[in-house]
Design a protein around this ligand. Structure first.
Ligand code: NAD
Ligand code: MG
Length: 394
């Protein structure tokens, strides 16, 4: 049986992962589940999957879980504190680690999984954006395996698995076409973007996701982070990655080859497909996702993204091109600005402004070590918060 740790099991990706795993009780054993603060849901998941360990980061949530545990017959051991995320990512009894924590909080546990030589199912794109080279070096040094869960990168992987490791040019790839829905504001008149609410931003037309990534989709920072993610995963540069607006979200990305071929991966927009793909790779298993009804889809549209409407996309390209800790700063400033928007403190349009100001204020240095990266992350957060404070006081 394959042992699996699900980091961020109470989130959107975590829940989809457990849905797939529930179909294969004889093939996969859940070893550990983790959450930030949703004790109730984590406890219910533990009742269903009976893992050895449950980790909660939040102390109050830990107390709640402990009292639920006391009144049950569950044998799961509760661990409270962020440091245990790394521990359960590196357990001997775990073979696969689903990295589905949102944001920079996912970095250290993902690195721990790499150092322990696990198969990492990577949903937490922020860890690659923050520390691409470092993470890939650890994967290589410890014989770990990194399989993309992000639907676009999983699609690209499916369109060229044999060339994945060698680099694109060797495999005859001329371009990666990274598709994007354009989010809920793709066609909203520009002068109305300033007034949109967190609820509107989180109401994605095609995907049901966590709140942070939903806002990232509305600003298209999500696609920007994915451009960076693609550069690291497929060992290439930004010139090779073209973002394509595709409002139906049926094609999850495409790979163009030098001979004129374009390979695409299609499917209903449901994360259980890439999750099942990475779990079973190189085999295939059923995911619970309905077969794509190509006649119901009927048409597929493509547009060039507008950097004026989506300045976050431009900022992401620029930060990857400037290199060093710039993507770390971009990611940190984005996390702070999005949290502030979700808290109704900052307007939607200001998100990109805060990120750009932070990128200009925090000097990018060579991302030479984990300490350098964590320091860049800390400084960028502080700087972004200061810019937000002055925007609020304006
Ligand atoms: P979510 O907000 O629904 O869930 C996040 C999970 O992380 C929860 O289990 C939460 O408890 C945990 N968490 C949050 N903060 C934490 C912290 N500080 N320490 C430890 N755990 C913490 O998010 P999601 O939509 O499931 O996204 C998870 C990751 O997957 C993100 O990196 C996102 O970009 C990526 N992703 C998501 C989707 C999607 O469809 N939801 C698609 C592609 C990629
Ligand atoms: Mg994606």
């Amino acid at each position: 049986m394959i042992g699996i740790t699900v980091l961020g099991s109470t989130g959107s990706i975590g829940i989809s992962t457990l849905d797939v795993l529930s179909r294969y009780p004889r093939e996969y054993r859940v070893v550990a589940l983790t959450a930030n603060c949703d004790a109730q849901r984590l406890f219910e998941q533990c009742q269903q999957f009976r893992p050895d360990f449950a980790v909660l980061v939040d102390e109050q949530a830990g107390f709640k879980f402990a009292s639920l545990l006391k009144n049950s017959d569950l044998r799961t051991e509760l661990l409270v504190g962020a440091e245990y995320l790394e521990q359960v990512a590196a357990l001997d009894s775990t073979d696969y680690v689903m990295a589905a924590i949102v944001g920079a909080a996912g970095l250290l546990p993902t690195l721990a999984a790499a150092r322990a030589g696990k198969r990492i199912l990577l949903a937490n794109k922020e860890s690659l954006v923050m520390s691409g080279k470092l993470l890939l070096d650890e994967v290589k040094a410890h014989g770990a395996e990194l399989l993309p869960i992000d639907s676009e990168h999983n699609a690209i992987f499916q369109c060229m698995p044999q060339h994945f490791a060698e680099g694109l040019e060797k495999g005859g790839v001329s371009k990666i076409l990274l598709t994007a829905s354009g989010g809920p504001f793709r066609t909203l008149p520009l002068d109305q973007l300033g007034q949109v609410t967190p609820e509107q931003a989180c109401d994605h037309p095609n995907w049901d996701m966590g709140r942070k990534i939903s806002v990232d989709s509305a600003t298209m920072m999500n696609k920007g982070l994915e451009v960076i993610e693609a550069c690291w995963l497929f060992n290439t540069h930004t010139d090779m990655v073209q973002v394509v607006l595709h409002p139906q979200s049926v094609i999850h990305s495409m790979v163009q080859y030098v001979d004129g071929s374009v390979l695409a991966q299609l499917g209903n927009p449901d994360m259980r497909t890439p999750i099942a793909h990475a779990l079973a790779w190189p085999q295939r298993i059923q995911s619970g996702v309905e077969a794509l009804d190509i006649f119901a889809v009927a048409r597929l549209d493509f547009e060039v993204p507008d950097f004026k409407r989506f300045p976050c996309l431009r900022l992401a390209y620029e930060s990857m091109e400037s290199g060093g800790t710039a993507p770390t700063v971009l990611n940190a400033a984005n996390e702070i600005a999005v949290a502030s928007f979700l808290n109704n403190e900052l307007s939607f349009m200001k998100i990109a402004e805060i990120i750009e100001a932070t990128l200009n204020a925090v000097e990018s240095v060579k991302a030479a070590s984990l300490d350098v990266i964590l320091e860049a992350d800390r400084v960028a957060r502080e700087q972004a918060l200061a810019f937000i404070q002055s925007a609020i006081n304006e």
